[in-house]
Design a binder for this molecule. Sequence first.
Ligand SMILES: *Cc1c(COP(=O)(O)O)cnc(C)c1O
Length: 466
Amino acid sequence: MAHRTNLPPTAELQALDAAHHMHPFTHGAGLAEKGARIITSGEGCWLTDSEGHRLLDAMAGLWCVNIGYGRQELVEAAAAQMSELPFYNTFFQTSHVPAIKLAERLASLTPEGLDHVFFASSGSEANDTNLRMVRTYWEMKGEPKRQNVISRWNAYHGSSVGSGSLGGMKGMHAQGGMPIPGIHHIDQPNWWAEGGDMTPEDFGLERARQLEAKIKELGPETVAAFIAEPVQGAGGVIVPPDSYWPEVQRIVDKYGILLIADEVICGFGRTGNWFGSETMGIRPDIMTIAKGLSSGYQPIGGSVVSNEIARVIGGGEFNHGYTYSGHPVACAVALENLRILDEEGIVDRVRDDTGPYLQERFAALTDHPMVGEAKIKGMMGSLALTPDKAARASFAADAGTVGLLCRERCFANDLIMRHVGDRMIVSPPLVISRPEIDTLVERAWKSLDEAMAEAETQGLMKAAAA
Ligand SMILES: *Cc1c(COP(=O)(O)O)cnc(C)c1O
């Protein structure tokens, strides 16, 4: 154990943290008992904690630090913008250079026909914008009955009331009166957990066709939009069967329903193209962006919308906006981040070199006795943990019990992986090198071994009754 001499300050920080700092998605009692891990610095794919441990960050922070930690160019872009103009708003017919430049840059990067950006400071805010924007769009177009939005169970679209309602996390819905009216959920294309005896292809079609059934049930003339992540992230990196997206695209086209692709994780190179929509071959009307847009160096998000939506919304006044919509410092940092992603060929490297390499090494983890499937697109992947691969069984314990054991072994082995239920997730910085990928996979294997040994000791390696 390195740097035991640092323990008193860490313990003190942990006590203050537990006493005063309310954490997102964290069990209060657990925090008070064990203390938070305190991260102090980062460089490339590596973090250092207050105890001096060096951790390989296989989650890129929270799916966002695409260019890695410690890039001074972004620091300088922020400092320069702060001296020049630290803040001005974009309300009431004012603008500023960083917002103009970033909007233009995004219009050129995003798929054809998506040339207009409404800025926010986060993915949640951007999805709230989307919810109001699609409903307003149909009202302005003279179809005011189109107010329903369809989403999916186990989707993640943010944590505000609007975006949390769009999401399909039942644990979130149970707290604070969500979902709000007019939002409807269909099942997710998670073949491993829910596919039963169907082939993945048949299952993908079945799940896509739930969209058509829901549209018919609600009445097509009442449906505004369907929202989905090209690849579900926080739901456990659920890569849909190949049959899924083409069928969804056919259905939204048939009924003239807007498609919102939530690209908050998939965007900016994560899947090996600039946007997940390109990887999955879909044509959204709106894309939600955040996270990798600034590699997390500044809070910024937005909605990139079609020319048609921009035309209709622009025909009136959209009574919506955030003080920090298009914040100049955040825009300047995002621009610099996009320059680096582009000029250093990082997206191409994920598609052609390190992405395929990670995929190959990751797939080999299915040789581990506790790993059922390994799914990955570009640099977002997940492992399904199971006590019985052939049966695709879940554990005879609360979901996430073994996943948490595994995450703790990863932490102990200086590897940051996350668990979603009993799936283990990776989403490393896109700059991860081949030797670092080797380290990631070796540490993951070791952690899986240790977690399985622990699960056996605790009698958890038993399949739940089917
Ligand atoms: C993280 C995330 C959001 C919410 O973004 P915040 O910046 O946390 O508000 C929305 N959609 C997806 C797909 C996400 O992963």
